[in-house]
Design a protein around this ligand. Structure first.
Ligand SMILES: *Cc1c(COP(=O)(O)O)cnc(C)c1O
Length: 389
């Protein structure tokens, strides 16, 4: 039985009453994102219910703001980090180092040293030079070997740069065992993954890797299922409970004897739907009088947090105060003097014909991968601001 995700429970088209109230009353400059951390908590609980045997490591890069991290610390979440600064943010928010996993496969030696000195004990690697580095600097650390994944079915793939082939995973697990380290395997099926079978296909490969590694004397004991759980954008996705059942049955099928530890690293799922980005219309124009298509320029573009519109990969839902009135096709663009700063041109976006300069355009489910993707001041525009309710 396939269940589609229910529309986010909405108040005036917004994901919570607090966000709706903030957007109605707050007198703050655009563009900004407003995040309701109680929605982050709600998502955390929904994922924990869907995957009861997995420990949640929040992928900090999705939104590293202190109120988000503090809320997750209060729920006893663990964290996946990529740099010393992300370790510091987690520690400052009250996380304990033993609940931090260093998931970036590309680490400076001195950054591994720093993490180790803070008490971080788990590191991800995907080549022998990186494994040697970690073993050298952090002897006895827990080693997670990342399997390469093609990321088919994902709107935002993370494939070619990370992970190694199954034979190399086996070899690295054996090296970890030789170094006296506990070990396990991770993969990432790609962000905004809309195919439920993705995890099962990867787990089948991981189960075989475990068997071959055991023949070489390694005893891999954990699996890291990565991220990939969806935010609510224009195309529908299955409900989180459907992801949960697909993964639970894949784990039972490929690891019938059970696993000592299962990790999951959601980023997008926990924070995307908890945030709304408000922008203001700078200009509406037609390139020629007979052109049916309008260009709508808003004060937030690819350089102000909407980087995931690259190749129109993530297709956000938009809301305006004229919703419900007649619409027409638009090209939606940002405010900067760079021609790549166009958000949507090919994805058939329509906006109300009455939309005019000074109106607002709200980008829904913008709590993930926006604020930290904003430039520090390209063309003199301030970075995307963030508010919390
Ligand atoms: C970015 C990232 C995640 C989070 O992915 P989402 O698709 O946002 O859930 C998890 N693990 C690693 C290693 C990542 O790089």
């Amino acid at each position: 039985m396939f269940v589609w995700s229910a529309a986010v429970s909405e108040i005036n088209g917004y994901p919570s009453a607090n966000i709706a109230e903030f957007l109605r009353t707050a007198d703050v400059p655009t563009p900004f994102v407003v995040v309701d951390t109680s929605l982050v908590e709600q998502r955390y609980r929904q994922l924990a219910d869907a995957l009861p045997e997995s420990r949640i490591y929040y992928a900090v890069k999705a939104n590293p703001a202190a109120p988000v991290l503090e809320r997750l610390v209060s729920l006893n979440s663990a964290f996946d980090v990529a740099s010393p600064a992300e370790i510091d943010m987690c520690l400052a928010s009250g996380a304990s180092a033993q609940n931090i996993s260093y998931g970036n496969t590309i680490k400076k030696r001195r950054d591994v040293e720093y993490a180790w000195s803070c008490g971080v004990r788990r590191f991800t690697v995907d080549v022998d030079t990186e494994l040697d580095k970690v073993v050298d600097v952090a002897p006895g650390a827990s080693l997670c070997v990342r399997l390469r994944h093609e990321c088919g079915g994902a709107d935002w793939p993370l494939s070619r740069k990370f992970g190694c082939e199954p034979a190399d995973v086996v070899r690295l697990l054996a090296m970890a065992a030789d170094a006296g380290s506990e070990c396990g395997v991770s993969f990432h099926v790609g962000s905004q993954q809309r195919e439920l079978d993705a995890w099962s296909d990867a787990l089948e490969v991981v189960a075989e890797i475990f068997q071959r590694a055991r023949h070489l004397g390694a005893e891999p004991r954990f699996v890291n299922l990565g991220g990939g759980f969806p935010g609510t954008y224009r195309e529908r996705t299955p409900a989180i409970s459907a992801y949960g059942s697909a993964i639970q049955s894949a784990l039972a099928r490929w690891f019938p004897e059970g696993l000592a530890e299962v990790m999951v690293e959601p980023g997008r799922y926990l924070v995307a739907d908890a945030g709304v980005l408000r922008s203001e219309v700078v200009l509406v124009s037609r390139r020629s009088p007979e052109d049916s298509e309008r260009w709508v320029y808003i004060d937030c573009g690819k350089f102000h947090g909407l980087a995931e519109t690259m190749d129109e990969a993530i297709r956000f839902r938009l809301r305006t105060e004229h919703d419900g009135t007649p619409t027409g096709p638009v090209v939606l663009a940002g405010p900067t003097c760079d021609s790549v700063d166009v958000l949507y041109e090919k994805s058939s976006y329509e906006l109300p014909l009455s939309l005019a300069e000074g109106d607002t355009v709200d980008v829904l489910s913008a709590g993930a991968y926006t604020t930290t993707y904003s430039s520090v001041g390209f063309n003199g525009f301030a970075p995307l601001q963030e508010h919390f309710v």
